[in-house]
Design a protein around this ligand. Structure first.
Ligand SMILES: Cc1cc2nc3c(=O)[nH]c(=O)nc-3n(C[C@H](O)[C@H](O)[C@H](O)COP(=O)(O)OP(=O)(O)OC[C@H]3O[C@@H](n4cnc5c(N)ncnc54)[C@H](O)[C@@H]3O)c2cc1C
Length: 526
C-alpha cells in the first residue's frame, strides 16, 4: 500500500512537473532524453568524452555515461580533490561540510537523495531539518516567546506562499515586476503586522529578520538584489531537508567509484578548449591543460562554476562563445556563501539544544558595517560534539573571507555574550571556514537571478554549441548548477545537469551510430 502511494505520488509529481515545464521557455533538446535508460549498442563505436570539472555535475555526467556504456571518458579537475562545491573536511576528527550540506528535498524526486538512499548514505531514520528549529532570541538577550515564534512562522510561510504564487501568474508578476524579494517581504510583513500592537509587531519583525538572514545565506545574495518574480521561479523539492551520515563527500565518492580511477585526472587545470576543429589529425574537440597536456575528444562537457565562466570564458574557448551565451554568463549573477565552524574545548550547550536564532531589529540591520548582523542562525555542527557552525551569505560572506580567525572568534563571542547575557562563555579555540570567493576554481558560491536577468539566460547557459542551425550536433556541452532553471544553486540541480548532458551525448551517438562528423570553422586562434 505504502509502495502504491509512493508510485502515485511520483507520477503526480512527474505530471505536475510536465505542466510546469510549459511555463519555461521551451528547450526540447534538454528535456527530451531525460528518461532514457538504454545502453549503447556494442556494435556502435562509443565517442570519447572530456569532462572539465569533477564537481557533482561532472561526476554525475561521467557516472551516467558509464551506465549508458560510454566508457571512453576523461575528467580533468583543476583542484587536487574531487567534489567541487561539495567539500567535506575533517575538523578535529569529525567530518564537516564546507559546501553543500543538506539534501534539499528528501524524496525520490531528488536524484541526490535517490543515489544516497541506494548507497545507504543517509541517516536512518532520516532526520529532517526543521525550518523553524532553535531558540529565538533578540540580540539584547530577551528570549522570544513560543507564541510570537509560532505567529511569525505562520506569517513567514504565508509570505513565501505569496512569493510562489507569483510564478506563472502574469498579472501578479506585473504588479511586482520591479520589486526585490526584500521589498516584497517587507511590504507583506507590514500588512501582516498592521493589526498588532507596536511591541508585538516589532517582536514579529525581529523574528522574521532572522528568517530573512537565513534566506540570504542560502541565496548568497543581498535580498535587495534579487527580483522577486524571478526568485519565484525556483522550485524547491518537496520533502524537507536532510543530512548525509558522513557528509556530502560520500555522494561524491559513490559516483567517482563507478568511474575507473585512471579516467579522473586531478590537478589538471584546463586553459584552452578548442571546440571547432581545423586540423585533420585532432578529434572534434581538443582540451589543453596548463601543464601542456592535450586531450582529444568527440565532446567536451564544461562544468566549471559560473564564477569561473565569467572570469575566463574569453580566454578559455576557441572559437570564442557566441553573444547569446556571453550575455547569459554576464546577466546571471554569482553570489557568495561561506560556512564557519567554531570549535570549543568542551561544549557549553546541551546536545540538541545548541541552536540559536538571532533576531535583529530594523535599526541593527540597517548598520551594514557589522558583518555579524548577517548571521541568522548559529547551530550545532551535525555530527560534531564540540563545534557550532553558521552560514553567511551576500556581502558579509566576503568579509568572512577577509577577516582573521581571531577577529571572527572575537566578533562571534561578543555576539553570543550579548545574545545569551552570559559574559563567561568561552571563545572558540579553533575556526574552520570556507573561502569560495577567493578560490580561483570557484570565484563564488552559487548562481542567482539579478535585475536584468531572465529564465531564458539560464536556458542559454545550458545550450550546447554549435547550435542546431549551424551544425548537425554540438561538440561543446555545458552542465553545472547554473544551467538548471528552477533547481539552480543546489547539489541536485548540478546532478540533473550532468545526467542531462550525458543523456544528450548518448542520444546523439545513437542517432549518428557513433560520433557525428567534425565541425570546422576557421576563426580559431592557434
Ligand atoms: C557554502 C555552500 C553551501 C551550499 N549548500 C548546499 C546545500 O546545503 N544543499 C545543496 O543542494 N546545495 C548546496 N550548495 C550548492 C551546491 O554545492 C552546488 O550547487 C553544487 O555542488 C555545484 O556543483 P557543480 O558540479 O555544478 O559545480 P562545482 O562544484 O563548482 O564543480 C566544478 C568543478 O570544476 C573545477 N574547475 C574549475 N575551473 C577548472 C578548470 N579550469 N579546469 C578544470 N577544472 C576546473 C572546480 O575545481 C570544480 O571541482 C552549497 C554551495 C555552497 C558554496
Amino acid at each position: 500500500m505504502k509502495f502504491l502511494n509512493i508510485l502515485r505520488y511520483f507520477s503526480l509529481t512527474c505530471n505536475k512537473q510536465k505542466e510546469d515545464d510549459n511555463r519555461f521557455p521551451r528547450c526540447e533538446k534538454i528535456t527530451k532524453t531525460a528518461c532514457t535508460f538504454d545502453r549503447l549498442d556494442p556494435a556502435i563505436k562509443a565517442p570519447r568524452v572530456v569532462i572539465v570539472g569533477a564537481g557533482i555535475a561532472g561526476l554525475s555526467a561521467a557516472h551516467r555515461l558509464h551506465q549508458c556504456g560510454i566508457r571512453d571518458v576523461v575528467i580533468l579537475e583543476a583542484a587536487n580533490r574531487l567534489g567541487g562545491r561539495a567539500y567535506t573536511c575533517t575538523f578535529e576528527g569529525h567530518s564537516v561540510d564546507l559546501g553543500a550540506q543538506w539534501i534539499k528535498g528528501a524524496t525520490i524526486a531528488n536524484p541526490v537523495f535517490n543515489l544516497a538512499s541506494q548507497e545507504k548514505l543517509l541517516l536512518i531514520p532520516t532526520d529532517l531539518v526543521k525550518p523553524f528549529r532553535g531558540t529565538f532570541i533578540h540580540s539584547d538577550g530577551t528570549p522570544v516567546s513560543d507564541e510570537i515564534r509560532d505567529k511569525s512562522a505562520r506569517i513567514y510561510r504565508t509570505i513565501l506562499c505569496h512569493v510562489k504564487e507569483l510564478y506563472g501568474d502574469p498579472d501578479e508578476t506585473a504588479i511586482h515586476l520591479d520589486n526585490s524579494i526584500w521589498t516584497f517581504i517587507m511590504k507583506h510583513i507590514e500588512l501582516e503586522t498592521s493589526g498588532m500592537g507596536a511591541a508585538e509587531a516589532e517582536e514579529v519583525k525581529n523574528v522574521l529578520s532572522a528568517m530573512m538572514n537565513c534566506l540570504k545565506s542560502s541565496l548568497g545574495a543581498d535580498l535587495r538584489d534579487v527580483p522577486v518574480d524571478l526568485h519565484a521561479c525556483s522550485r524547491p523539492c518537496l520533502g524537507g531537508d536532510t543530512y548525509l551520515r558522513d557528509g556530502f563527500q560520500s555522494v561524491v565518492e559513490a559516483m567517482a567509484n563507478v568511474v575507473p580511477k585512471e579516467s579522473i585526472k586531478l590537478s589538471q587545470e584546463v586553459c584552452s578548449i578548442k571546440w571547432a576543429n581545423t586540423s585533420h589529425e585532432e578529434g572534434r574537440v581538443v582540451v589543453k591543460t596548463i601543464d601542456g597536456n592535450a586531450y582529444n575528444g568527440d565532446y567536451v562537457i564544461v562544468t566549471v562554476s559560473l564564477g569561473v565562466m565569467k572570469d575566463r570564458h574569453e580566454k578559455l574557448f576557441c572559437p570564442m562563445l557566441p553573444d547569446r551565451k556571453v550575455e547569459a554568463i554576464e546577466r546571471i549573477a554569482f553570489g557568495n556563501i561561506n560556512r564557519v565552524y567554531l570549535l570549543y574545548d568542551k561544549p557549553f550547550w546541551i546536545k540538541g539544544e545548541g541552536t540559536l536564532r538571532i533576531c535583529w531589529s530594523a535599526d541593527e540591520l540597517a548598520d551594514a558595517d557589522k558583518w555579524v548582523r548577517s548571521i541568522g542562525l548559529i547551530e550545532e555542527a551535525p555530527g560534531h560534539p564540540k563545534a557550532l557552525m553558521f552560514s553567511i551569505g551576500g556581502p558579509s560572506a566576503i568579509c568572512v573571507e577577509q577577516l582573521s580567525e581571531r577577529c571572527i572568534a572575537r566578533d562571534v563571542t561578543n555576539l553570543l555574550h550579548l545574545a545569551l547575557n552570559e559574559p563567561s562563555l568561552p571563545t572558540p579555540n579553533k575556526i574552520m571556514r570556507s573561502r569560495w570567493m577567493s578560490d580561483r576554481f570557484f570565484l563564488g558560491a552559487t548562481s542567482y537571478f539579478q535585475a536584468g536577468s531572465h529564465l531564458k539566460h539560464m536556458v542559454a547557459l545550458a545550450d550546447g554549441l554549435p547550435m542546431f542551425c549551424d551544425a548537425p550536433a554540438p561538440t561543446l556541452l555545458f552542465a553545472g548548477e547554473a544551467t538548471v532553471p528552477g533547481q539552480s544553486g543546489t547539489a541536485h540541480g548540478a546532478r540533473i545537469s550532468g545526467i542531462r548532458e550525458a543523456n544528450r551525448i548518448f542520444e546523439i551517438t545513437r542517432r549518428f551510430k557513433g560520433a557525428p562528423p567534425k565541425y570546422r570553422i576557421d576563426t580559431c586562434r592557434t
